[in-house]
Design a protein around this ligand. Structure first.
Ligand code: GLN
Ligand code: ZN
Length: 752
């Protein structure tokens, strides 16, 4: 095997937040006016330099740059082609503040939309592209970061979002004509990418990485042709760096031969999420002069790689391509920075984990093994400790009757007899505002200045206040307000067996926001009730029904790092069984309504249609296991956070919940027609108050929304609630909005 300047190993990207979330603190200080732009840039440069030095020290051959971002790499790509919507230019801010205005909005101007980066928990900003968007090459950031790395003695490989993926992930600017797609502008954008490439070559760049993950999802033949055309043109640029087109999160499929038909020098495939591309590649025949970048170290999960097995997989490729480089399957952005920051993890678990730094080390080891042979590779850790297995959980699952006894109509009657709710009952989605007081209590508990009893006392005080407020407002179904949880998955992860929490395993969610996902490593069970104390206490304070509040199995999986030694479905069922135990205990404690939130139901949906049916089957099964243990008279609610369900829509009815609440206020109740068309005929709570904004809706707006809802759904199945939980809002606005909601419900009730 020959080696090219690419070397033997690389990573597709790296966490930007710093080992101790330095970027988060710097950004928040800058936004608060505590540091200036110079100081922010200095911290940025330090973080970048530290990553490059680290990767060199670890022994990674080809080091990427421009993977750092002050907010988001899609936003950086938009800036690199000058796709800054006029509404932000008009603000007259400097470059940095225009950038942050696009990311975060200003008092008068909403930010770009934030949405999920494929199947991950990272969110990118959605570029707005219209027929008149003028693309201009602005290579400043990648060139400057390349120069920075050069000054440190490293020739890095700038990474940019590829032009095709950029447009496929963009949305049409408002005012674009009907039927316009940003992708229609690919030719224009490629012209500007060609200029970017020329400028990078001028700056001394030898290799550029262009990310095209959009081609691991279902694409039309026309889109794949357009991809081929785009890279044929970029390949023909006279003076340019060598091109490495990276893909990740699945198989390239037909896009693989399309890329190989162009002059690009290197193609990256994801052997973890898309192993089928290996065979496809072999089927393409010999590909002389090409480099294949083999993503064999999982960049999306935290398990140590079985290096010997991975080397064997990469070795298959060496028979096909002249040159094989070992890489991560995707950017390491999606895993925490450093396992060395976790000395307190159980040693058996630690021995099986690898975070970004450790994964970079694996890639370097594998690269060397391709040259020197696999004998240098360590053995994988042995079988998981027996203590991680729980035979009781396994046998209970094997015998479990999933279903509830009666069908929905009978259940609905039993529930109504018991609950006696008025038509259009009013409720909320669960959380009430998280106040400074609550944050302080949590901080004091962590610091040890408040003991567990003192903490519980503060929570009870908060619950009593929230219950009193809801009674005063006249809501029909109350909640305890979720003061005890700052995160709807972490809270359960801390209490379930089979889960581990990290001390500083932070992962960027968007901008300065980071999450600390728990790790599911063993069989899951519930040693003790998790929410019964809080819900029961709330119920003891009122004669109105208090709705219990749990996070569903799919969402718990989606926001955790999950074991890979058994199918996701098996782990989901175990989590579901633990939740089922909780529902049964809630019921026994006098809770008559239980909501099981599944805001991430759509998130785990496989990117390609082929796997979606099987996913929805197991997701639905898990939800039914979680909710099927209660009596017919106990009402099960679910909450789904958004209103665009796509392929997930038919599964909503299959969940067999009695009531589903969803976001609807921004889409003017359109979801109700979609639900009906998908065969959904149970209770529904379309959101009538957009909680994503501090704006308090006028009562008549809520009334109008409700009238639309009443026209679409029989009133006896309709609930009245906000779009989502209230935890990010402030009390003054929440009180006014909920008062309006209750009054609007009364108004429309009177019209029935
Ligand atoms: N019950 C949760 C809350 O109200 C639901 C949050 C969510 O849907 N993301 O906060
Ligand atoms: Zn929600």
């Amino acid at each position: 095997m020959t080696t090219t300047p690419f070397g033997l190993s690389t990573v597709l990207g790296y966490p930007r937040i710093g080992p101790d979330r330095e970027l988060k603190r710097a950004l928040e200080s800058y936004w608060a006016g505590r540091i200036d732009a110079t100081a922010l840039h200095r911290i940025g440069a330090e973080l970048r330099a530290a990553v490059w030095r680290d990767l060199r020290h670890i022994g990674v051959d080809a080091i990427p740059s421009n993977t750092f971002s002050y907010y988001d790499h899609m936003l950086d790509a938009a800036v690199a082609v000058d796709a800054v919507p006029d509404r932000f230019r008009r603000l007259g801010l400097d470059e940095l503040d225009t950038y942050f205005a696009m990311a975060r909005g200003t008092a008068g101007e909403p930010a770009l939309e934030l949405t999920k980066w494929f199947g991950t928990n990272y969110h990118y900003l959605v570029p707005e592209i219209g027929p008149d968007t003028v693309f201009v090459a602005r290579p400043g950031k990648p060139v400057a970061e390349f120069a920075e790395s050069r000054a440190l003695g490293m020739t890095t490989r700038p990474v940019l979002v590829g032009p095709a993926t950029f447009l496929l992930l963009a949305k049409a600017a408002s005012g674009a004509p009907e039927g316009f797609r940003p992708f229609d502008r690919l030719d224009d954008l490629v012209t500007v990418y060609a200029e970017l490439l020329a400028e990078l070559a001028d700056a001394g760049v030898a290799w550029v990485q262009l990310d095209e993950p959009a081609f691991t999802t279902d694409r039309t033949g026309a889109e794949i042709d357009a991809l081929r055309g785009a890279y044929a043109r970029l390949g023909a640029v006279r003076q340019r760096p060598r091109l490495f087109v990276a893909s990740y999160f699945g198989e390239l499929g037909d896009a693989l031969p399309a890329l190989l038909a162009t002059p690009v020098e290197a193609v990256g495939i994801d052997l973890v999420a898309g192993p089928g591309d290996v065979n496809r590649l072999a089927g393409c025949g010999p590909i002389p002069g090409r480099t294949i970048v083999a993503g064999i170290v999982d960049g999306h999960n935290i398990w140590r790689t079985d290096l010997r097995a991975a080397a064997a997989r990469a070795a298959v490729l060496t028979g096909v391509a002249d040159d094989v480089v070992v890489s991560t399957s995707c950017s390491l952005l999606h895993v925490p920075v450093d396992l060395d920051a976790e000395p307190d993890l159980d040693p058996d678990l630690r021995a099986r984990l690898a975070f970004a730094r450790q994964k970079a080390g694996e890639v370097a080891q594998l690269g060397r093994a391709l040259r020197d042979g696999v004998a240098v590779l360590p053995e994988p850790p042995g079988a998981a400790p027996a203590a991680w297995r729980d035979e009781r959980v396994r046998s209970r699952l094997a015998e479990l009757p999933v279903r509830r006894r009666e069908a929905y109509p009978q259940r609905a009657r039993a529930q109504q007899d018991r609950l006696g709710l008025p038509p259009l009952p009013t409720t909320t989605i669960g959380s009430f505002p998280q106040t400074d007081q609550l944050r302080r209590a949590r901080a004091e508990l962590r610091a040890g200045t408040l003991d567990a009893d003192g903490y519980a006392e503060r929570m009870r005080t908060e619950i009593a206040d929230v219950v009193a407020l809801q009674e005063r407002l006249g809501l029909d179904v109350l909640v305890h307000g979720e003061p005890e949880r700052n995160d709807m998955v972490q809270y359960f992860g801390e209490q379930l067996a089979g889960f581990a929490a990290t001390a500083s395993g932070w992962v960027q969610s968007y901008g300065s926001r980071c999450v600390r996902p728990p790790i599911i490593y063993g069989d899951v069970s519930r040693p003790a009730p998790m929410t019964v104390g809080w819900a029961g206490y709330a119920q003891s304070l009122t004669t109105r029904p208090v709705k219990g509040m749990l996070t569903g199995p799919v969402t718990i999986l989606a926001w955790s790092f999950v074991r890979t030694d058994q199918p996701l479905a098996d782990t989901a069922n175990q989590v579901a069984l633990a939740l089922r135990d909780e529902t049964v205990d809630l019921e026994a404690a006098g809770i008559q309504i239980i909501q099981v939130d599944e805001p991430a139901l759509r998130e785990l949906l496989p990117l390609r249609r082929a796997g979606q049916r099987a996913y929805l089957d197991w997701a639905v099964t898990a939800f039914r296991i979680a909710t099927g243990g209660v009596a017919d008279g106990t009402q099960i609610h679910t909450h789904l956070c958004y209103s665009e369900f796509g392929e997930v829509l038919p599964a909503i009815d299959a969940l067999d919940a009695d009531v589903t609440s969803i976001e609807a206020s921004r889409s003017k109740m359109e979801i109700l027609a979609d639900l009906r068309a998908a065969g959904y005929g149970r209770g529904v709570g379309p959101g009538v108050y957009d909680i994503h904004s501090p704006r308090v809706p006028a009562q008549h707006e809520i009334t109008e929304a409700l009238r639309l809802a009443v026209a679409a759904v029989p009133a006896d199945r309709l609930w009245v609630n906000p779009d989502c939980g209230l935890k990010t809002r402030g009390y003054p606005e929440v009180e006014r909005a909920l008062a309006g909601l209750v009054a609007a419900a009364a108004e429309v009730r009177a019209e029935l």
